[in-house]
Design a protein around this ligand. Structure first.
Ligand code: ADP
Length: 508
């Protein structure tokens, strides 16, 4: 039995990522402590924890974002490390410092790196110095005379993007098609950035048309070792938010992968990066790649990397945070097979993706060989207005892309969620689309192909469940619903049924 690296780790997060991180913590023989807002007292991550810190209130600002308070309460119960997950306090340098000041290990990079990478202008300048390709652009003083900014913009050419230095989630970003639009877009982006981040600084960047989003997982330890764990293709986005991710990227050949991987490691070395991080790039149609930003945390889509490297990234994060060296070198790492991830959201694609709330009356995710589900809910869970509507992530692995696609399509067709609207059928429509199957991905894929949710038509699985439920209601005497197929096997056919099951199946 290995020596325990920590005694008690607090997972300063909620939902699926808290559940996923706690699994590894507990597997390592460490106690997992959860946070619970009032709305989350019965949540899945709270049920899985060994101890819970209650944060009264519902709003993130009163609960999961209360860094100082969380550190004090954690200290009081003997927590010796904090895993921040993603979102909330995960990229908050002040929180990382507060942990350190309290003698608690923050499982992530140093506060200085978090701070620098949180500023896109500083990050870009650092990358440029390190010789990593960046998108051509201009980053100057906001006080600069507008005539000068216009000159810079004309030199970059149109279309271009105005982006916020402190940006995130696509906020403070404006697309500019011509010189006439520049002044108002510049002002609007700066105002939005000021109100969202309290920082009005914006910069200009050439707009790459039809790009792919390809990111590299990086890992560093405190002994100066840095590696990359290959790429994730995240081009399928809705309003700049990723919804399907995969690895390997269908766009990279061995040469481009090696070049981008070397650039990612160079980027990590330039900041003496420790722990898990992601270097994001955009790749043009011609295969040129440009640095976009560094995310200084574990990503939502990390399971894709875990599937193709067979490494537990959370375990590595904990080991590295405890001061252990990475147990491998770059040459030891292999990308095996193909992995895909779909984000399952409680939202209604037919109603402009309005978030859905309510009770998960029926929740039957698929299972099978090489199918992984990272879920933050279970049947009966309440989906509330307070938090992100992501319910779960469905991840599959196959020996090659075609096999992984086939498995994902099948798994989605067997994913049954009743009680709240969800995007399962929308995801299946994407995965089955010929352009997706052909790997012709870019960040405007969904708009270009006009992919909308199919007219709600209950899948086979839903019909079957409806039928089974009806069967229970009717006392189980369903002999007239069985049919014999050509192979002589007897199957259950809901089509032979009338009445209750049809009404029930329509609640989807
Ligand atoms: P945020 O931090 O707000 O998410 P990013 O810089 O990471 O912003 O960009 C988010 C998404 O916006 C990218 O994945 C890409 O789709 C698009 N994007 C960003 N910069 C450019 C660019 N220069 N050209 C084209 N698309 C871009």
């Amino acid at each position: 039995m290995q020596q325990r690296l920590f005694n008690k780790i607090l997972v300063a997060n909620r939902g699926e990522i808290a559940v996923r991180v706690m699994k590894t913590i507990q597997e390592m023989g460490i106690q997992a402590v959860a946070l619970a807002s009032d709305a989350d007292l019965q949540a899945e991550h709270v049920r899985q924890a060994d101890a819970v810190i209650h944060l009264p209130g519902d709003k993130p600002a009163d609960t999961y974002l209360q860094g100082e308070k969380i550190v004090q309460l954690a200290k009081a119960i003997g927590v010796d490390a904090v895993h921040p997950g993603y979102g909330f306090l995960s990229e908050n340098a002040t929180f990382a410092e507060a942990c350190q000041a309290a003698g608690i290990t923050f499982i992530g990079p140093s506060p200085q790196v978090i701070r620098d990478m949180g500023d896109k202008i500083i990050a870009k300048a650092l990358m440029q110095q390190a010789g990593v390709p960046v998108v051509p652009g201009w980053a100057g003083d906001l006080e600069t005379d507008f005539a000068q900014i216009l000159k810079e913009a004309n030199a970059i050419g149109y279309p271009l993007l105005v982006k916020a230095a402190a940006g995130g989630g696509g906020k403070g970003m404006r697309l500019v098609h011509s010189a006439q639009e520049l002044e108002s877009a510049f002002g609007a982006a700066a105002r939005e950035a000021q109100s969202a981040f309290g920082d009005a600084r914006v910069f200009l960047e050439k707009y790459i048309t039809k790009p792919r989003h390809v990111e590299f997982q990086i890992f560093g330890d405190s002994h100066g070792n840095v590696v990359h764990l290959f790429e994730r293709e995240c081009s399928i986005q809705r309003r700049h938010q990723k919804i399907i991710e995969e690895s390997p990227s269908p766009a990279l050949d061995a040469e481009l992968r090696a070049k981008m991987g070397t650039a990612a490691v160079k980027a990590a070395q330039a900041m003496s990066y420790t722990n898990a991080g992601t270097v994001e790039f955009i790749v043009s149609e011609r295969g040129e790649f440009y640095f976009l930003e560094v995310n200084t945390r574990l990503q939502v889509e990390h399971p894709v990397t875990e599937m193709i490297t067979q490494l537990d990234l959370v375990r590595l994060q904990i080991q590295v945070a405890a001061g252990l060296p990475l147990p491998f070198q770059q040459a030891d790492l292999r990308q095996t097979g193909h992995a895909l991830e779909c984000r399952i959201y409680a939202e209604d694609p037919a109603r402009n993706f309005m978030p859905g709330i309510g009770k998960l009356a029926f929740y039957r995710p698929p299972s099978g060989p090489f199918i992984r589900l990272d879920s933050g809910v279970r049947e009966g869970s309440e989906v509330t207005v307070h938090y992100d509507p992501m319910l779960a992530k469905l991840i599959v692995w196959g020996p090659d892309r075609q096999a992984a696609l086939q498995k994902m399509s099948w798994a989605l067709s067997r994913f049954v969620v009743l009680g709240v609207p969800n995007n399962v059928e929308y995801l299946k429509a994407i995965v089955d689309h010929p352009a997706f199957v052909a790997g012709q991905l870019h960040t405007h894929f969904l708009e270009e192909h006009g992919i909308t949710a199919p007219t709600p038509e209950p899948s086979d699985a839903v019909w079957t469940l409806g039928a089974l439920s009806a069967s229970l209601l009717q006392g189980g005497s369903q002999t007239n619903a069985t049919q014999t197929d050509q192979t002589g096997q007897t199957t259950f056919s809901p089509w032979q049924q009338g009445g209750a099951w049809r009404a029930l199946s329509c609640q989807k």
